[in-house]
Structures are given as C-alpha cells and as structure tokens.
Design a protein around this ligand. Structure first.
Ligand code: FAD
Length: 255
C-alpha cells in the first residue's frame, strides 16, 4: 500500500453510491455523490480517483478508476467499472456494491491525460473497451461547454453489446457536426467500419486522421486509452504517422 503523501488530493474521503446501472454485460456504471470536503475541488475531464476497500480484518485493496462524468456536474462522479475475471476490486463492485454504500475515494488525480474546453484544436480519441471512460468525460464536457473543436473517436469494443455509451455517442454524432465516431468490433458480426471485419489498424487511423484534419495535416492532440497492448500499438501508429510524443497522450488500464 502506498504511503499517504501531503499532495493535494492525497487524503481519503467518503463518497456515497447514488446509483448502479448495468451499462453492458461486463461494465457497470456507479454514480458516487461526493462529500462536502471534495465539492470545491472540482476535476478536469480525463482525471481519475483511487478507490480503497477495507475488509473487516483490516485488509485493504486500492485501484484507480477514471471519471466518466463531465466536470460541470461537480457534486458527483460516474465510474465505469469493467468486471475482470478473478479481479479483487472490480468483482466486489459488481457483486456487492449497492446504492447507499459508503466508499473511500481519493482524488482527483492526473494532469497529463486531461482535456480543457478552452482548446479549439482538432482532437483524435482512440479507446479500447473500458478505456472509453476518461474520453467519455472529455466528450461530455465538449458537449456541455459547446466546444466547436473538431473531434473524432475511434472506439474498439468486442461485440455490439459491449459498446459502452452507444446511444449517447450516436446522439452526440447526430447533433454535433464537429464530432464523428467510428466503432470497430473485434468479435462477432456485424463488424462496423465500412462493413469490414477488422480491428483498428493503421489504414483505419490514417483514414480517420484524413477525415479529421485532411490528408496533409495531423491532429494537434490524440488521447489513447485502454489495455497496455492496445495503447502501445495505437500510440506507435500515431508516432509513426508523425505525431510527437507530447501530442500523443496515453492512459493504460491493464497489466
Ligand atoms: C489511471 C487508471 C484508470 C483506470 N480506470 C479504469 C476505469 O475507468 N474502468 C475500469 O474498469 N478499470 C480502470 N482501471 C483499471 C483498474 O484500476 C483495475 O486495475 C481493474 O479494475 C482490475 O482490478 P481488479 O482488482 O478487479 O483486478 P486484480 O485483482 O488487480 O487483477 C486480477 C487479474 O486481472 C488482471 N487484470 C487487471 N486489470 C486488468 C484489466 N484492466 N484488463 C485485463 N486484465 C486485468 C491482473 O493482471 C490479474 O491477473 C484504471 C487503471 C488506471 C491505472
């Protein structure tokens, strides 16, 4: 267990579970009401909280979860927790956590993987599975702040049933001419992406960049989030395409 530091956000606070929702067969959404002590702090889209569970015998387990809700709802945070087979903390959330439960949290944390609505630059988002979580906060904040910055999301999910926030993303794309999304399914039919059966690959990213900024330009910023292998390969595609390390922001969820 990491020692507590005196950094801002390092103290533990108690949040209360306001709602639990089955978003997909493997992901539940948990809305937590923040305590008074955290209300003034606010958060940036892309940040995360640490969550700590304590067993009756004192054993503790701590994990990080990105905020999916928008910063303009400062009194609550929504977390999208994927059930990991034999996962200590995700299993507890899926099997035991109920409305009204009190959960220890610490945060918000993170400064590199954040997006501010002041930015008007075109942004490419690439998400794998639950890696959509911090990007969803950015997209929701984009909508609520009426940002006109162009944005394109490439989202990889296993099957159609596993597409998190599917209706909301479709609605965003319908109502905002500056936002497009592409969903690539890795298992099962039908595959979405020109009707082809494929994972996200280099030609798909090149075509997305062309749609976003034209074939001669590069996006000003890319946010890539998901499992380690996914982030590694997507990050490498973007660096190979000419984007700089500082413009490719990554967050890794998995081992
Ligand atoms: C900054 C940050 C933000 C995160 N945000 C989210 C989020 O928004 N939603 C979310 O669901 N998770 C998120 N995670 C991952 C989360 O912190 C946990 O690692 C995850 O929930 C697994 O914890 P567990 O206790 O259930 O599994 P553990 O008991 O830690 O692990 C059980 C087994 O599963 C493997 N494993 C662990 N994590 C993963 C994974 N992600 N995919 C596949 N196998 C895994 C382990 O290697 C181990 O073999 C985030 C991680 C980081 C670092």
């Amino acid at each position: 267990m990491a020692a507590e530091s005196k950094e801002p956000g390092a103290a533990w606070h108690i949040a209360t579970v306001a709602s639990v929702h089955d978003e997909t067969p493997r992901v539940k959404l948990f809305r937590l009401n923040l305590p008074e002590s955290l209300l003034k702090r606010g958060f940036h889209a892309g940040q995360y909280f640490d969550v700590r569970l304590t067993a009756p015998d004192g054993y503790q387990a701590q994990r990080s979860y990105s905020i999916t809700s928008s910063p303009d709802q400062p009194n609550l945070i929504e977390l999208a927790i994927e059930l990991i087979a034999d996962g200590e903390v995700s299993s507890y959330f899926h099997e035991a956590v109920e409305v009204g439960d009190r959960i220890e949290i610490r945060g918000p944390i993170g400064g590199h993987f954040t997006w501010l609505p002041l930015s008007t630059k075109p942004v490419l988002h690439i998400a794998g599975g639950s890696g959509i979580a911090p990007i969803m906060s950015m997209l929701r904040h984009r909508t609520s702040s009426e940002s006109r910055a162009r944005a394109l999301l490439i989202f990889s999910a296993r099957t159609e049933a596993d597409i998190l926030f599917h209706d909301e993303l479709d609605q965003m794309a319908k109502s905002d001419p500056n936002f497009n999304h592409i969903i690539a399914l890795t298992r099962g039919a039908p595959q979405i992406w020109n009707g082809e059966d494929r994972r996200i690959d280099r030609p798909m990213i090149d075509a997305a960049i062309s749609t976003l900024v034209g074939s001669e330009e590069l996006p000003d910023r890319a946010y890539v989030c998901g499992g380690s292998d996914f982030v590694e390969s997507m990050g490498n595609y973007l660096l190979d395409s000419g984007m700089s390390h500082s413009d490719v922001r990554t967050e890794r969820f998995g081992p």
